[in-house]
Design a binder for this molecule. Sequence first.
Ligand SMILES: [Zn+2]
Length: 442
Amino acid sequence: MIQWSRGHLFAHLASVWARTSTSFRTAPSRARALLPPAAEVNAVARGDAARTVAIIGATLIDGRGGPALPNAAVVVRGDRIVAAGARDAVDVPLGAEIVEAAGQTLLPGLIDAHFHLDGDNGLLALYLKHGVTSLRDPGAWIEAYDAARATPVPIPRLFLTGPHLDWPPPAYPSDAMLVRDPVEARRAVDDLVTRGASGIKIYFRLPLGMIEVVTAAAHERGVITTAHLETVDARDAVRAGLDGVEHVTSFGQSLVPPREAERYRQAVIADNSARRNGRYQMWSGIVADSPPAVELMELLVSRSTFVTPTLAIFERRAGEEGASEAYVRGFANMMAFVGAARRAGVRIVVGSHSSVPHAERGRAYQREIELLVESGLTPMETLVAGTLESARFLQIADRLGSVERGKVADLILVDGDPLKDISAMRRVKRVMLNGLWVEPPP
Ligand SMILES: [Zn+2]
């Protein structure tokens, strides 16, 4: 289905880049533009080509970050958006099914860049009902989705990485594939991409040299890499060509004095679970506008690195059981860092992590959006992060992530105005996936 993009020219350009990147440190952002669009692993039912739907009167937030457009009209034929604009300026074809949406906000379907299924197959339909039309699971066997893919129940588009690549002893054996040398690493990347992976996830025990090998191999096969870091400095990993960084905590080591960073690194190498308390201790002293933080943000901006903060999984508040002062201060500093990173121009995307302390089942994505706003992103920046920017990270922005003529019709209607109150994103009333309205699960 994406034959052209895996063709000769691309393979040639990518391999030239992969060879030169190690020796000359070419900016990975330029290489990323050469990567082909990603494909979901599941078949998604498609709107009838003979049917036209016109959504009239909503306020349109199209995902690109421009001003919201009140009283808009969006026309969908089959699975495509054929017109989007001011109501007066859009021709609504005769015979179109009209959906009156005054008082509602129309947005692109939401994209979750960090989703975990963990055997809860029903969560997929629930996420779709709550507006998530595409997701990436950064670290699960592709087979873990077989049962969900086999049911007729509509679920979001699934972009998978396969198990994360780690080094012994793995923190999560059942979600890991161990690679112990460059040959094993290249073989693992080849195998996963051949089986449908549209990205490669690097896990936190993998040493820097292996990150470089995995990233070069992934780019040769036309997919991005993204990492959860604990034992490698994020600055080194980004310079090695990483496209994305998962979890704000991955930056901790880059933001504390070298001796403290090395102590943390040794503790985690000796015992994977040392990160759980250790990261809060480390973050309780991190200042978002310190010189190392500013320098790190400049690096992330210059490399166009995507950052998925997954704040909601780390949320700890004063007065909660087990939330020491270091936990509370550590989390507050994580939020401050994310806000400062966005102001510095770092590319922030939305990852829910599926199951988080301050959200009921199915609401982790909405909680993450609220925490991004609390961190200092504007509601519009947050909505762009969750739509077009996440689409760019997933390599699907050619067809998804915004409401524009020619794009695929993954749309949501929300009650109220999320620009005034971001919690409106909890009130998703209707979801269109591939041009078809999704009926809520029973
Ligand atoms: Zn995760």
